[in-house]
Design a protein around this ligand. Structure first.
Ligand code: FMN
Length: 203
């Protein structure tokens, strides 16, 4: 597919960017994206700026019962690593089944070229955000979560991740349920933007 979009205003895309918001995974309902839709979302995730063409990311898609294994892994890790009681840890078993489909976005650094890790991490973040946008554009609800489990050595081992890899996010995909998802307060534009050369602006 080679359909460049240079010099072609697309206000629908801009409107989507300005109105997109996350839907809490716990508020999601089925059906989630099927394989065909999920593939479209993942392909959009891979189509991001990537210094050195390293593709420093990989994605583990968990659907159906496979999600329960992640919940089990997190509950096990809580008991082993945090000395959490089994009763409390059991509650975490439902973490991964909150949404119908879950993608574990894994940052997978590539040292074949001298590209700083920071830049590879930025590319991974862009991949996650592209998936959020693509899912929204295709009519699905999505939320990007991490939480304690994403940093657990035991969970990482259960996901067969290497020492260098890190979890960039648990991305949940589903449909928006009956509830209302309010817009959240957005940053104040002026607090985050300066125009012109900094030293000149201070004068
Ligand atoms: C890397 C990353 C990790 C996040 N982890 C969590 C999390 O564990 N729990 C949470 O409530 N929100 C988390 N968030 C924020 C949610 O994605 C939240 O839904 C989002 O900030 C809402 O903003 P939006 O409506 O613009 O998507 C995380 C965001 C990012 C970028």
């Amino acid at each position: 597919m080679d359909t460049p979009t240079f010099n072609m205003p697309n206000t629908a895309t801009y409107d989507l960017l300005m109105n997109r918001r996350s839907v809490k995974a716990k508020d999601m309902e089925g059906p989630g994206p099927n394989r065909e839709v999920m593939e479209k979302i993942l392909r959009a995730g891979m189509r991001v700026p990537d210094h050195g063409k390293l593709a420093p990311w990989r994605f583990v898609v968990l659907e159906g019962a496979a999600r329960e294994k992640l919940g089990d892994a997190i509950a096990k890790a809580l008991v082993e690593e945090q000395e959490t009681s089994e009763k409390i840890a059991d509650k975490m078993k439902g973490y991964a089944t909150q949404g119908p489909v879950l993608v574990v976005a894994i940052y997978s650094p590539n040292d074949s070229r001298p590209i700083p890790e920071w830049e590879q991490q930025l590319s991974t973040g862009a991949a996650c955000q592209n998936m959020l946008i693509a899912a929204t554009a295709l009519g699905y609800a999505v939320q990007w979560l991490t939480g304690w489990g994403s940093y657990s050595p035991s969970v990482r081992a259960d996901l067969q991740m290497s020492e260098q890899e890190r979890i960039a996010g648990f991305l949940f995909f589903g449909h928006h349920g009956e509830c209302y998802t309010a817009e959240r307060p957005r940053p104040n534009f002026e607090d985050h933007v300066t125009w012109g050369w900094p030293a000149d602006a201070a004068e």
